[in-house]
Design a protein around this ligand. Sequence first.
Ligand code: PLP
Length: 413
Amino acid sequence: MNAKLDTTVTTRPVTRQTFDEVLVPTYAPAAMVPVRGSGLDLWDQEGKHYLDFTSGIAVAALGHCNPIIVEALTKQANTLWHLGNGYTNQPVLRLGLAMTEATFADRAFFCNSGAEANEAALKLARKYAHAKFGAHKSRIVSCLNSFHGRTLFTVSVGGQSKYTEGFEPLPPQLDHIPYNDIEAARAAIGDDVCAVIVEPVQGEGGVMPGNPEYLKELRALCDKTGALLIFDEVQCGMGRTGSLFAYQGYGVIPDVLTVAKALGNGYPIGAMLTTDELAKTLSVGTHGTTYGGNPLATTVALKVFETINQPAFLERVKEASEKLIAKLEGMVRDFPAVFSAVRGAGLLLGLVVAEPFKGRSKDIQRAAEAHGLMVLIAGTDVVRLAPALIVSDAQIDEADRLLRLAIADLTKA
Ligand code: PLP
C-alpha cells in the first residue's frame, strides 16, 4: 500500500527521527518529543517530566493549557472560526479596544507572528516617510545582534549576518549600529532615516537590557530627524519585564510598537500598534493578511491580555523576578568557572557563561534537560531563562536545584 494513502496517519507512531525524515531541517530540536503540558510542567513521549523554564521562547506566559485560555478558545471554536477581511468580528474589535486603551496607541493592526508585525511596522515607516518627506528618506537603522524575524526584510533589518548569508541580494538602505551606543546612534540617525527599530531588551542577541539613557536618546534623535521609533516588544512585551510593555517601564514612548509571542500564549498572533496619524498611512488595500485578527486568535489574545494587564499580576512578575535573580546570582557565586553574570529584566533573564565554558551554552542546556529542566540559550555564551509568568516560588526553587545538579555533572566531567 502507498504509505501516503495510509488512513491511520493521525495515530501512526512518530519519533524524533521522523523530524529528520520529513521536515525541512531548519531546526535541530531536542532528542525528546514533548506530548503534554500543564502550567510549567511538560511530559515527553516516554512519560518523563520536565519543568519548563522556556515557555516556548517567551510565548506560553500563562503556562501550557491554561484552563481559562482553553475555555475561551473552546467556546470560540464552537462559535465562529474565520472570516475574510471583507468582514470584521467582535473579538478583534474588543482586542483592539483593550490594547489601545492600555497603551499610547490609537490603532492596532493584527497579523500572525512577530516577523509580520515588524514587517508591517517597517512598511508603514517607509510609506509614511515617502509621502511626507519624499523618496530620499528611506534608510532604516537597527542594532547589531538584534532579531526582528525571518522574512527577508526583517531578517535583513536584524543585524546578524549568520541569518542573512546566502539570501542576498538583501533589501537596501539598512544600517546596523552597536546596541546601547549613544555616539553610534547620533552618527547614524540623520535626515534620510525613516525608522529606527530596537528591542528595549534584546532577547535572541543575548538577553541585553537597553540603557534608559540610550532609549531616551533614540527618542530624541527620531524627534529631531522625523524618523519613526519602532519598539520591537515581540519577546520583552506582555508583562515579561514586569510592566505590561517594557516601554512603560522605561518611560520612553515609541511611534510604533510590535507585539506577538505571549499575546497568543501559543496561538499564533501578532500586533502592530501605532497612532491615529501614522495609521492613516496604511489605507485600504495597502497592506493585509488573510488570518490576521481572526476570531479564534483574537479571542485567545483578549483573554491573555486581560489576565496579564492586572496590577496584581504584574506585581507578582516583579516579585518572581527578584526571587529568580537571587537564585541565579547564587549560581554565579557558587560556580564562577561556569557563569560570570546575570542580566536581563523581569522574567527574561540570562546567565552569562564564564571564560572556561565559553561557547558551551548548548552543553549546559542539554545537561539541564537531562535533569528535567528546560532552559533556552541566547547564542553560544548565554543560558536564557524565560519561565511562564505564573511561575511559583516553589518552581523557582526547583529550577535552581535542577540547574545545580546539571552544573555539578558538567564540572565533574
Ligand atoms: N522580534 C523579536 C524581538 C523576537 O524575539 C522574535 C522571535 O524570536 C521575532 C521578532 C520574530 O517573531 P516570530 O518568530 O513570531 O516571527
